[in-house]
Every structure is written in structure tokens, then in C-alpha cells.
Design a binder for this molecule. Structure first.
Ligand code: DAH
Length: 340
């Protein structure tokens, strides 16, 4: 009777073991058969009910089954552990020979790229690159540039003041003054950098970038300015881009001009980008005012200057046909990817 029971327990245990798939199953089987209240343990405890003469044989039988069950459980356990380890290694496998299709590698922001493209063109034309402070003295940003005390651009609604004398520069033209005061002509420089004004809408941002250009030599004229900007426009936009000067006014240049380019999108026939005029305004420029030369210690009878200021965001908007400048600042990966 008890032998049949022992054999039954062994068979049931081995059958369950055959079905076990993970360590939880193995644990459950251990508890069910070999645990403190397990089935084999229970049979062992019931041995006292067996006739004394049969006890040694039954005891031996229980021990054998115990050994078999125990070793089969250990075997199965190690097989499962080995499989788990194999799976872990496989999951963590790196195939270093796989070709990469990953396109998440970054690129320069379009504005950084445009700034570089513009300065590169001027560097090829023999210009040096100069830097200036973003926190500037009122003197360099306004006074030395012949901007009168009552000029509206000096108002706190147009300029971020830090104190009476200090401000966030509103134009990279301020760098002109630093360079003229410290360098002997001839001077050929471009000054890329950030400038600040309290404006914020689709075409204005409180921080934007400009590239100031300055040439000082014994005989530079408006005509040189035109051919220089034509050269630039053809390199930056296209070989057929035309340049047009319109009279304008800046306190630091005389004469002053507003420089328009033939529309890059429609080629001059008129479209929504150029508001159907065929022309797009790109920058301000002019012949450096003799008062500015004098203020910077240069004799205006000997030296002449031409200067220009390019808006980097504006150049990017024109080049790529973008209507809202904020798209360039928003860091929307879908927009930025289009410029890669
Ligand atoms: N500083 C001017 C601005 O921010 C741009 C400019 C106009 C720069 C004429 C120049 C210039 O050097 O000659 O609007």
C-alpha cells in the first residue's frame, strides 16, 4: 500500500518536473514534495504506522525516492538556469558588424551654419573676423557711432539697459569702433555676434544675430560697397542674384543705403516671399560718416570707409523661404532635420 503511494508520489513529481519551465515552477515542486509539509515528508512521518518489521525496507524505499526526486529537481533547475543565462547573453548581444542606419547624429543649427557660410565668404575675400562684447558701453553702441542723444533707438523701449552707461548691444556696429580705435588701416573685418532689442514677433526676436562688415582704406567708395555686396550675394544666394541700393539713413554712414536682393524664390517675377515686388530687403550699409572716423582717431581726409550690417536670421529666412523666425529658435527636431 505505502509502496504504491511512494511510487505515485515519485511519478507525479517527475511528471510535474517535466512540465516545469521556470525557477518558480521548480520552487513550487520543491515545496510540494520535499518541503516541511511536503508529500514525501508526510510519508516519512507516517512510517510509524507501518509494521516494525517492514519499516527498514519502506524507509529505504522512501530514501531512494527522495534521492531520485531531489537529484532530478536539481538537474532540471540547473538546465533552466543555464537557459536563462543563455537568453540573457543573447538579449545583451551586440553585433558590432551591423551596418548603421542611425540618423540621429546632430547637425549645426541652421543659424550657426548660415553665420559660418556668410563669414566664410568674406574670409575668402580677405576679411578678418573680429569679436566684441555683448554687454557694451553706451558710448560704443551709440555715441561713437554718431547717434544723437535724443535718437529714438536709445529709448529704453528699444534698448535693454543695464545701467546709465551699460547696455546689451543693439548692433554689431559697436565692434567697428573698438577695431578702428585699436587698429591701423587698411582694415577689412567682419564681426558676427548676438545683439539684443526688446522686440518679439514672427520676424523679430529679443536676441538675434548680425554680421557687421567694415572696410577702411585710403580710397574706398560706394561703388566698392556695391561690388562687394554683389559678390557676397552671388556666393551666398545664387549666381543670378541681383543687388539694388535704395537711399536710406543711418547716423553712422553718409550716404546710407538699404540693400535689396532680387527674390531668391521667384527670381524677381514676384511671389509671396517678396510681397510681389521681386525684391527682398537684406541689409543696411553705407559710407562711414567722417564724424565716426574722427571719433575713432582716423583722419577723414586720408581714410574712407564702407560698412554694412547683415541680419543672420533674416538671411536664413530669405534663403530658406521661412516666414516665422521663431521656427529657427524652437529646437523642433522636425524643422531642424530639414536643414541637415
Ligand atoms: N547697425 C544697423 C542695424 O542694426 C545695420 C547697419 C546699417 C550696419 C548700416 C552698418 C551700416 O554698418 O553701415 O540696423
Amino acid at each position: 500500500m505505502i509502496r504504491n503511494k511512494i511510487d505515485g508520489i515519485r511519478d507525479a513529481c517527475l511528471k510535474e518536473l517535466g512540465k516545469a519551465v521556470d525557477l518558480q515552477d521548480i520552487n513550487a515542486i520543491k515545496i510540494k514534495y520535499l518541503g516541511k509539509n511536503g508529500e514525501l515528508t508526510a510519508v516519512l512521518k507516517s512510517i510509524k504506522e507501518v509494521a516494525p518489521s517492514e519499516r527498514p525496507a519502506i524507509g529505504k524505499c522512501i530514501n531512494e525516492v527522495h534521492e531520485i526526486v531531489d537529484s532530478k529537481i536539481s538537474l532540471k533547475e540547473s538546465v533552466i538556469k543555464e537557459e536563462l543565462e543563455k537568453k540573457r547573453l543573447y538579449d545583451e548581444l551586440l553585433d558590432v558588424t551591423l551596418s548603421t542606419q542611425y540618423d540621429g547624429i546632430g547637425a549645426l543649427n541652421p543659424l550657426t551654419q548660415i553665420k559660418k557660410d556668410i563669414t566664410d565668404i568674406f574670409v575668402h575675400l580677405g576679411f578678418d573676423i573680429k569679436d566684441g562684447p555683448e554687454i557694451e558701453f553706451e558710448y560704443f553702441n551709440f555715441t561713437a557711432l554718431n547717434i544723437p542723444k535724443d535718437h529714438p533707438s536709445r529709448n529704453s523701449s528699444d534698448t535693454f539697459y543695464i545701467s546709465d552707461k551699460l547696455l546689451l548691444r543693439t548692433q554689431t556696429s559697436a565692434v567697428q569702433v573698438h577695431v578702428m580705435k585699436t587698429h591701423e588701416p587698411p582694415i577689412r573685418i567682419v564681426c558676427p555676434g548676438k545683439v539684443y532689442r526688446p522686440d518679439d514677433d514672427a520676424t523679430h526676436s529679443p536676441m538675434f544675430q548680425q554680421i557687421e562688415g567694415l572696410v577702411i582704406d585710403r580710397s574706398v567708395t560706394l561703388r566698392d560697397l556695391k561690388s562687394l555686396l554683389e559678390e557676397f550675394a552671388r556666393s551666398f544666394f545664387s549666381s543670378t542674384t541681383k543687388v539694388r541700393f535704395r537711399p536710406s539713413h543711418f547716423p553712422f554712414t553718409e550716404p546710407s543705403v538699404e540693400v535689396d536682393l532680387s527674390c531668391n524664390k521667384c527670381g524677381g517675377s514676384g511671389c509671396n516671399l517678396c510681397k510681389h515686388t521681386g525684391w527682398i530687403e537684406l541689409l543696411g550699409a553705407g559710407v562711414v560718416h567722417p564724424r565716426v572716423l574722427k571719433e575713432c582717431g582716423l583722419d577723414s581726409n586720408v581714410y574712407k570707409g564702407i560698412a554694412f550690417g547683415i541680419g543672420v536670421e533674416r538671411a536664413a529666412m530669405i534663403k530658406y523661404g521661412i516666414h516665422d523666425m521663431r521656427l529657427l529658435f524652437d529646437n523642433d527636431i522636425r524643422i531642424l532635420k530639414q536643414f541637415k
